[in-house]
Design a protein around this ligand. Structure first.
Ligand code: PLP
Length: 454
């Protein structure tokens, strides 16, 4: 039995939570999550809550899977830790690299045969910055330093990760972005589409912001463009279909590297092992983390495509970059067990052909609710926009905090949904059944009704 009051008091005294208003938390007290199974978590007071966010977009195989726990136990007893610096390696790290290389599809003659490991998405994006700059240095173009990203993107919380990210609130703290990182607008049709413009036309216009930025920066100064396949933390922002082919045309035209940040979107979330396959573009580097271990243990990394790997390997000499936990044997063993489970249960295929389409049908029905201006899904991610006036799509005043109000109704009614402004988003575990999708939709409806009643 957990003494909730005691844990909350100690929490208040000693634990500075990430992305949290410390003073506010101290007044309210944190909800203590004590256990989890399948798609549900429980708090210390016994409330059962359906976790429609898979933790932080990571628990793809659901909670409490024996296979992952025993893989960790076995590996800890065999080789709990060893580093991969200085010409040593370990079996799970090698096997996982080979497995990831086999799962990453070749596109347009470009394949991914190499992996650089870290322990998180943020670190992986820092590694990307290092690798991209090293690549251009080795090719005798050291002036190519600028990395272009997008507003409202999330690429992590380290200095480089937060700089690549496009959230103004994060830039305001810590004097960011660091030099040579710049941003274009996000491909968010609902907010940025013009009257009379089709989503296809908007997709092309949004992609061409990249070309404009390359020209403005100077094409010989641009090193790379980084983007999430679907912007997750920004609010599940799904680009129109016309967007990615045009982005590909532009990066090819100027010869710049393309980084696909798939920390959320890989490992089945969009119905594929890697999301670039869904959209058909050809990245040079792919960031991964979260779903690779279903969040059971920290692990991240970068899939390094042949274009970059060949230069780093053939011309690079020593690469002065890496982490104590790069290729951690226990994390890699858990990842292998996780991927094996995902293969056995065909989770990417389920999302693509079964539960993804079912979620799309059930979630878009919420678009009929008087509070909802838009409801859309992509794979097993979804977002809806809360509006003041459905007919005119008039938004609520931000200071009303309607999204946060809806989020607190969700919590009270036993559902974890995230609010990004007035966009309510979900990314449930990929093991959900149809009945559980129905249960989740019914809960969302109750939360919307409760918000409307306020
Ligand atoms: N990149 C993307 C697209 C993410 O969504 C996240 C985290 O949500 C990160 C990077 C950062 O990952 P981490 O929190 O593991 O550092």
């Amino acid at each position: 039995v957990v003494d909730t009051a005691l844990i909350q008091a100690l929490d208040r005294e000693h634990f500075l939570h990430p992305f949290t208003d410390f003073k506010d938390l101290a007044t309210r007290g944190a909800r203590v999550i004590t256990k989890a199974e399948n798609i549900y978590v429980w708090d210390s007071e016994g409330h059962k809550i359906l976790d429609a966010m898979s933790g932080l977009w990571c628990v793809n195989v659901g909670y409490g899977r024996e296979e992952l726990a025993s893989a960790a136990y076995r590996q800890m007893m065999l080789l709990s830790y060893y580093n991969s610096f200085f010409q040593t390696t370990n079996v799970p790290a090698v096997q996982l690299a080979a497995k990831l290389a086999a799962l990453a599809p070749e596109v347009g003659g470009r394949s991914f045969r190499h992996v650089f490991y870290s322990s998180s998405g943020s670190e992986s994006n820092d590694s990307n910055v290092r690798m991209v700059r090293r690549y251009w240095d080795l090719l005798g173009q050291p002036q190519r330093k600028v990395i272009i990203s997008r507003n409202n993107a999330y690429h992590g919380s380290t200095m480089a990760g937060a700089s690549l990210g496009g959230m103004s609130g994060m830039h305001a703290q810590g004097d960011l972005p660091i030099p040579n990182i710049t941003h274009i607008e996000q491909p968010y049709f609902y907010e940025l589409g013009q009257p009379g413009e089709s989503s296809a036309e908007f997709g092309l216009r949004a992609a061409r912001w990249l070309e404009e930025k390359i020209i403005e920066t100077g094409p010989d100064k641009v090193a790379a463009f980084i983007a999430e396949p679907v912007q997750g933390a920004g609010g599940v922002i799904i680009a129109p279909d016309s967007y990615w082919p045009e982005i590909q045309r532009i990066v090819d035209k100027y010869g710049i590297l393309l980084i696909s940040d798939e920390v959320i979107c890989a490992f089945g979330r969009l119905g594929y092992w890697f999301a670039y396959e869904k959209f058909g573009y050809r990245p040079d580097l792919v960031t991964f983390a979260k779903g690779v271990t279903s969040g059971y243990i920290p692990l991240g990394g970068v899939m390094v495509g042949d274009r970059v790997a060949t230069v780093l390997i053939e011309q690079g000499g020593e690469f002065n970059h890496g982490y104590t936990y790069s290729g951690h044997p226990v994390a890699c063993a858990v990842a292998l067990a996780n991927l094996e489970l995902m293969e056995k249960e065909n989770l990417p295929g389920r999302v693509r052909d079964d539960i993804g389409p079912y979620l799309a049908r059930r979630f878009t029905e919420l678009g009929e609710h008087p509070l909802v201006g838009l409801a859309e899904t992509c794979g097993f991610m979804a977002g809806l926009v809360l509006v003041r006036n459905k007919a005119t799509q008039e938004a609520f005043k931000p200071e009303l905090g309607v999204g946060m109000l809806c989020r607190s109704h969700c919590f009270r009614l036993g559902l974890i949904m995230r609010a990004v402004g007035d966009r309510m988003i979900i990314a449930p575990p990929l093991v959900m059944t149809h009945d559980q999708i129905d249960e989740m939709i019914a809960l969302i409806r109750r939360c919307l009704d409760a918000t409307l009643a306020d």
